[in-house]
Design a protein around this ligand. Structure first.
Ligand code: ATP
Ligand code: LTN
Length: 325
């Protein structure tokens, strides 16, 4: 039996190369070796206000992005979270064993709820419990995510252990999969912040659907550090970030990248990086419209059926163990 993977992304904003290099790229690389479930987490999306007219469209667009990135529907299960109601049902049960203090410690809540927690939605606060339900329903072994999700994964493990202890062995304890390179791609405008879909400044991110002109301009405007060397160096986070992007897009080793740019200036480096990004994204952008609506809907319907079978089995056990059934 193959081990299982679960991961997901929210159908909000536009996906950027941080999402690709931190998560999607690994989803694709792992799908041969594992039985993979890749979810479009639309219930997570409404933890912040969304325009109802565009949410559905964005949900389908994200499915197209998974496919264009190389997630193969013959190998992996691609589905929409709300098509499998067990996600919401298990969230309720898990929320009854989650402590307020645990959720209060989540740094993403502190960031997204800003200082005004009095007005923040309760869904934003309990969002990590929904994420735990996503993962635990599938008896997941491995969860490929970016560094920003590590804390949510630790909570998921804690909840699974607590449930197993109190009600008997039910959930597998999942492991995070967060390779160091790419785990946190930084904003091109501020290397102390991660590249983020919710950043107000679009110049900080290279979006997967940006055209060649936008990519080149954004890289040209990217902030750099003092000094001139093009090397990986933690004390020079801007260049390290750009060089990491170059390394991951070209598939070269760190040493080869450093050697390649030895003696070259920032201008030269940025021009090559822009070219590498444009070349990398071109075939991806061509594939984004490969599936018509009918075939996309079939993929998602089949995905939901496969996911439901696994999820229903786990939820049934949970209900039996807790005396609900
Ligand atoms: P935002 O960019 O607004 O913070 P998000 O993290 O909420 O978006 P999702 O679409 O849910 O966005 O994220 C999908 C995946 O991308 C997650 O596994 C997340 O850890 C990863 N990810 C997001 N930003 C980065 C980044 N800058 N570097 C590496 N991985 C990232
Ligand atoms: N919380 C994640 C998205 C997400 C997820 C998941 C990732 C929801 N459920 C389950 C991995 C596994 C985010 O905001 N990036």
């Amino acid at each position: 039996m193959k081990k299982r993977i679960f991961s997901g992304a929210q159908p909000t904003g536009s996906l950027h190369i941080g999402n690709y290099l931190g998560a999607l790229k690994n989803w694709v690389a792992l799908q041969d070796e594992y039985e993979a479930f890749y979810c479009i987490v639309n219930l997570h999306a409404i933890t912040l206000p969304q325009d109802p007219k565009t949410l559905r469209q964005k949900t389908l667009d994200l499915a197209r992005i998974y496919l264009a990135a190389g997630v193969d529907p013959e190998k992996s299960t691609i589905f929409i979270q709300s098509d499998v109601p067990e996600h919401a049902e298990l969230t309720w049960v898990l929320s009854c064993i989650t402590r307020m203090g645990e959720l209060e410690r989540m740094t993403q809540f502190k960031d997204k709820g800003k200082e005004n927690t009095e007005r923040a939605g309760v869904g934003l606060f309990t969002y990590p419990v929904l994420m735990a339900a996503d993962i635990l329903l599938y008896q997941t072994d491995l969860v490929p995510v970016g560094q920003d999700q590590k804390q949510h994964l630790e909570l998921t493990r804690d909840l699974a252990e607590r449930f197993n202890r109190d009600f008997g062995e039910t959930f597998k304890i999942p492991e995070p999969y967060i390779p160091k390179a790419g785990a946190s791609i930084k904003s091109l405008q501020d290397p102390s912040k991660k590249m983020s879909k919710s950043d107000d400044n679009p110049n900080g991110s290279i979006f997967l659907l940006d055209d060649a002109d936008a990519i080149t301009k954004k890289i040209k405007r990217a902030v750099t550090d003092s000094g001139t060397d093009i090397t990986f160096d933690e004390s020079r986070p801007a260049i390290t970030n750009l060089l990491t992007i170059y390394q991951l897009l070209t598939g070269k080793s760190r040493e080869d990248c450093v050697e390649h740019f030895a003696g070259k200036g920032y201008g030269h480096f940025k021009a090559e990086l822009a070219e590498a990004a444009v070349e990398f994204l071109r075939p991806f952008q061509e594939r984004v419209n490969e599936y018509d609506d009918a075939s996309l809907n079939t993929i998602l319907k089949n995905g939901a059926e496969k996911a439901s079978a696994v999820a229903a089995f786990t939820l049934d056990q949970v209900y039996k163990r807790t005396g609900i059934k």
